[in-house]
Ligand binder design. Structure first.
Ligand SMILES: Cc1cc2nc3c(=O)[nH]c(=O)nc-3n(C[C@H](O)[C@H](O)[C@H](O)COP(=O)(O)OP(=O)(O)OC[C@H]3O[C@@H](n4cnc5c(N)ncnc54)[C@H](O)[C@@H]3O)c2cc1C
Length: 417
C-alpha cells in the first residue's frame, strides 16, 4: 500500500465515484469490457453509512411502471450471472404478496405487469401467508418471482468480480475535486487520477459531488428507520416457513405504504418498514436526538398489532438507511448536460421527493408516477450499472434511458463553483 504522505498518481480508462451497489455494478461492467477502471469510495469498506448496506432487499417482477418491468428480466439474468461468477447464492425466492384496495392505481399497474391468474383469493392468501391479516376488501396479487437479495453479500460479490477482472478499488479515499476536460482529473484525499470518462454514483452525496460541476439535481436524501420485529412463536415467519415478502398499499394511516421480508437475517426477527423517512443531510445523519421516538416506528407498531399479530409490536432492532429521491420517483441516468464524458446515476429510492422542494424549479411539470412502497434501486443495480457503462462508452443503451433523463428537470444547470 502506498504511504499516505505520497499522493498516488495514475491514469485509467474510466473512474467511478461511489462503491455502493450502483457504482460497483457500473465498474464491474466496465472491467468486463476490458476497461482499466478505478472505483473510488470515501469510506473504508464494508460500511453502513450509505444506502447499500444490510442483509436484504426485495426483488420482484411486479412493477406498475412498464419501463422498470421491461428491465427486470435482464436484471434477474445478470444477478444469476453474478451468482455463477462469484460462486455464491445471492437470491432467495420467497414470492411477494402485494395487497391493496380494489382499484388502487399502483396495484392495477402491477397487475398489468404480471400474468393472468396472479390474484389470490382470501383462502389462497391465508395459505400463502397465514400470519398476515388483510383488511376487508383488499385484493392480493402474487408475484412468484419475488424474493430476497442478500444485499451485503451481493455488494461484496460484485466488487470481488470487478477486481478479478483487473479493476482497482480504492476505499477510504474521498473525492475532493473533479476537473472536467477531455481527460478528467479526479483529486481524492490520497491521490490524483486521470481518465477520459467518469461515472458519478455517489448516492445521497451526489448533490455535493455535482455542485462544483454546476449541476443542481433535485435529489432529496431521507433517513429511513429499518425495523425488525420479534416473532411471538419462534420460527413462525422464517426460512423454514413459506412466509413471502409483502407490500401493503392504500393504508390511510401509512399513505406511503408498508413492506416486509421474512425472518432471514436476525434469527426470529421479521423486517417490516414504512416507506418514508425524514429529510437529512447525509453528513448529519446521526444528529436525530438519541432516544427520540420516531413517529414512523409508532405507526409501524400499530400496523403490526393490526395486521401481523404473530409479531411483538415493539421493534427488537432499529437500524437506519438513506433513500435518495427524485421529485417523480424515477432514477436519473444521464450524461452531465455540459460535460458529456461525465455520466450520473442517482435517485434510486423510488419515492417522490418532498412535494414542493424549494430547490426544484421544475416541480410543476413532473407527471405523477405509480410507485410501490419499497426502495427499488438495489434489484435493478445490475441493469443500472450496465446502462451507466454503456452511456459512458458512448454505446446505444440496452434499455431506453428516456425516462431517466436530466432534461425532465429544467433549470438544473448552474454556473460551476
Ligand atoms: C431502508 C431501505 C430499504 C430498501 N429496500 C429496497 C428493496 O427492498 N429493494 C430494492 O431494490 N432497493 C431497496 N432499497 C434501495 C437500494 O438499497 C438503493 O437504491 C441502493 O442501495 C442505492 O445504491 P447507491 O450505490 O446509489 O448508493 P450508496 O450505497 O449510498 O453508494 C454511494 C457511495 O458513494 C460514496 N461516496 C459519496 N460521496 C463520495 C465521495 N466524494 N468520494 C468517494 N465516495 C463517495 C458513498 O460513501 C457510498 O458508499 C432500499 C433502500 C433503503 C435505504
Amino acid at each position: 500500500m502506498a504511504a499516505r504522505s505520497q499522493p498516488r498518481q495514475a491514469s485509467y480508462d474510466a473512474i467511478v465515484i461511489g462503491a455502493g451497489i450502483q457504482g460497483s455494478f457500473a465498474a464491474y461492467h466496465l472491467a468486463q469490457r476490458h476497461r482499466d477502471t478505478l472505483l473510488l469510495e470515501q469510506f473504508v469498506l464494508p460500511h453502513s453509512r450509505g444506502s447499500s448496506h444490510g442483509q436484504s432487499r426485495i426483488t420482484r417482477s411486479a412493477y406498475p411502471q412498464a419501463h422498470y418491468a421491461r428491465m427486470m428480466p435482464d436484471s434477474f439474468y445478470l444477478w444469476q450471472r453474478l451468482e455463477a461468477e462469484a460462486g455464491t447464492s445471492l437470491y432467495r425466492q420467497t414470492g411477494l404478496v402485494v395487497l391493496g384496495p380494489v382499484g388502487d392505481p399502483e396495484l392495477e399497474g402491477c397487475r398489468r405487469s404480471m400474468g393472468p391468474g396472479d390474484t389470490l383469493d382470501t383462502a389462497a392468501l391465508a395459505r400463502r401467508f397465514p400470519g398476515l391479516r388483510p383488511r376487508a376488501g383488499d385484493v392480493a396479487l402474487w408475484d412468484g418471482s419475488g424474493g430476497v437479495l442478500r444485499a451485503d453479500r451481493a455488494l461484496r460479490a460484485v466488487q470481488d468480480v470487478f477486481r478479478r477482472h483487473g479493476g482497482t478499488l480504492r476505499d477510504g479515499e474521498k473525492v475532493l475535486r473533479i476537473q472536467p476536460g477531455a481527460v478528467l482529473t479526479v483529486t481524492t484525499t490520497a491521490g490524483v487520477y486521470r481518465a477520459p470518462r467518469l461515472i458519478i454514483a455517489a448516492g445521497a452525496w451526489t448533490s455535493a459531488v455535482l455542485a462544483p460541476l454546476g449541476l443542481r439535481l433535485p435529489l432529496q436524501p431521507l433517513r429511513i428507520d429499518v425495523c425488525y420485529w420479534r416473532e411471538k412463536e419462534p420460527g413462525s415467519h422464517g426460512a423454514g416457513t413459506a412466509t413471502p415478502c409483502f407490500m401493503m398499499l392504500g393504508l390511510p394511516e401509512a399513505p406511503h405504504g408498508i413492506y416486509g421480508l421474512p425472518a432471514l437475517e436476525y434469527p426470529g426477527l421479521v423486517k417490516v418498514c414504512y416507506h418514508h423517512g425524514s429529510p437529512v443531510d447525509p453528513e448529519e445523519r446521526d444528529r436525530a436526538p438519541p432516544g427520540t421516538p420516531s413517529p414512523n416506528v409508532a405507526l409501524l407498531s400499530s400496523f403490526i398489532s393490526s395486521h401481523l399479530p404473530g409479531l411483538e409490536p415493539q421493534p427488537a432492532v432499529l437500524e437506519t438507511c438513506l433513500y435518495t429521491n427524485t421529485p417523480d420517483g424515477d432514477f436519473i441516468l444521464d450524461r452531465h448536460p455540459k460535460h458529456s464524458n461525465i455520466v450520473i446515476g442517482a435517485g434510486f429510492s423510488g419515492m417522490r421527493g418532498h412535494p414542493a422542494p424549494p430547490w426544484h424549479p421544475g416541480h410543476g411539470r413532473v407527471p405523477p408516477q405509480l410507485l410501490l412502497p419499497a426502495g427499488h434501486g438495489f434489484k435493478l443495480a445490475p441493469v443500472v450499472g450496465k446502462l451507466l457503462c454503456e452511456l459512458s462508452l458512448g454505446e446505444e443503451p440496452s434499455h431506453s434511458t428516456a425516462p431517466f433523463a436530466i432534461g425532465r428537470f429544467p433549470g438544473v444547470l448552474r454556473a460551476a463553483l
